[in-house]
Design a protein around this ligand. Structure first.
Ligand code: ASP
Length: 343
């Protein structure tokens, strides 16, 4: 991907209008992605790692954009883009998924079609290499929206999706993160855990890493997808916002597509993705205003994270309240623009 000119812009709350996309003109395409929000500081990053992230984000964008350019649908573009991110150990999804308390990996994903409001999701799957693909199959081949655990994997096999052994998901980096967190948590008691709901731990220990993509195709249809390993050290079958339609993912051609990353519990409680769409639909807000309004609500409630959102006219918003969020889009000249830090 070296032939791409990758531009690192150090901005917060950026809202961009893709120059070649004019209102009412539905033959233009757009794509925006994130690779998770969290404590992402330049001081903690090596130039090599920064390059790896930037190149992978650009590669994913290029893949999705190529599909859109060749008259593919936004659903196809979202799936293909997220598969690249799931296959990379850099992100907390697919191959780079975080570990549960028990040392397993439980993955969540969802996809939504803004044209039909059809949606598919999988939760807590342990042997699916690309959960976004299974979510798409749930959407297209079943009348259900969300399948979980063993049942979802049984459905996958019936649909010809092979299961991968659980050690496929092992990465040393994520294993070490689990050990660190177990060690840290063992020094706290349960009352502190309840306390988290009121005073969530500050984001010095947070690195979300979920992946998301929103695209609009030449037919004017928006799709959004999100995929994650969830939270490191999660227990008791915990499921986050990513597979919950309206919380971590939403798409509606009338308004926008949204994918979120952050403290899933807060995204569920606020219905973040649907709230952004609703503010546009019922309050006539722009995508930028709506996304920023909801991220402000998230901040007030004590949650951390961010969203990417893309409206039907190609306007993009990428607000977040953490120190960084891996993110990017394709600009009006077909170039990938990749960003990591707030400032
Ligand atoms: N939102 C995800 C979850 O809570 C985590 C993340 O964004 O990394 O499961």
């Amino acid at each position: 991907m070296k032939h791409f000119k990758i531009i690192l812009i150090l901005f917060f709350g950026l809202s961009i209008h893709l120059p070649s996309f004019t209102q009412g003109h539905r033959d233009k395409i757009g794509i925006v992605i994130h690779g998770g929000a969290g404590t992402i500081l330049k001081s903690n990053m090596t130039p090599e790692l920064e390059k790896e992230y930037s190149e992978k984000l650009a590669e994913a964008l290029h893949e999705g954009y190529g599909i859109l350019k060749n008259s593919g649908t936004s659903i196809e573009a979202v799936e293909a883009t997220l598969r690249i991110m799931e296959d990379s150990p850099l992100f907390n999804a697919g191959k780079g998924a975080v570990f549960t308390h028990e040392g397993t990996n439980e993955l969540d994903a969802s996809i939504m079609d803004g044209r039909t409001l059809n949606a598919g999701a999988v939760a807590a799957v342990k042997h699916i290499k690309n959960p976004i693909t299974l979510a798409k199959i749930v959407m297209e081949k079943s009348w259900h929206v969300m399948l979980a655990g063993d049942g979802a994997e049984k459905f996958a096999q019936e649909q010809g999706i092979p299961l991968v052994p659980s050690d496929y998901f092992y990465t040393e980096r994520r294993w070490k993160q689990l050990q660190q967190l177990i060690d840290k948590d063992s020094r706290h008691d349960d009352s502190l855990k309840l306390e988290k709901k009121k005073n969530p731990p500050n984001d010095t220990i947070k690195e979300h890493g979920t992946v998301g993509c929103v695209a609009i195709d030449k037919f004017g249809n928006i799709a959004a997808g999100t995929s994650t390993g969830g939270m490191t050290n999660k227990r008791f079958g915990r499921i986050g916002d990513s597979p919950i339609i309206g919380a971590g993912n939403y798409a509606n051609n009338k308004t926008c597509g949204v994918s979120g990353t952050g403290d899933g519990e807060y995204f569920i409680r606020l219905n973040v993705a649907k709230d952004i769409s609703d503010l546009m639909e019922y309050r006539n807000m722009s995508v930028k205003e709506a996304a920023e309004t909801v991220i402000n609500k998230l901040t007030k409630l004590g949650g951390t994270g961010g969203v990417i959102a893309l409206d039907i006219n190609g306007n993009i918003a990428m607000p977040f309240n953490t120190s960084g969020m891996y993110r990017g889009y394709i600009d009006g000249n077909g170039k990938p623009i990749v960003m990591i830090y707030k400032e």
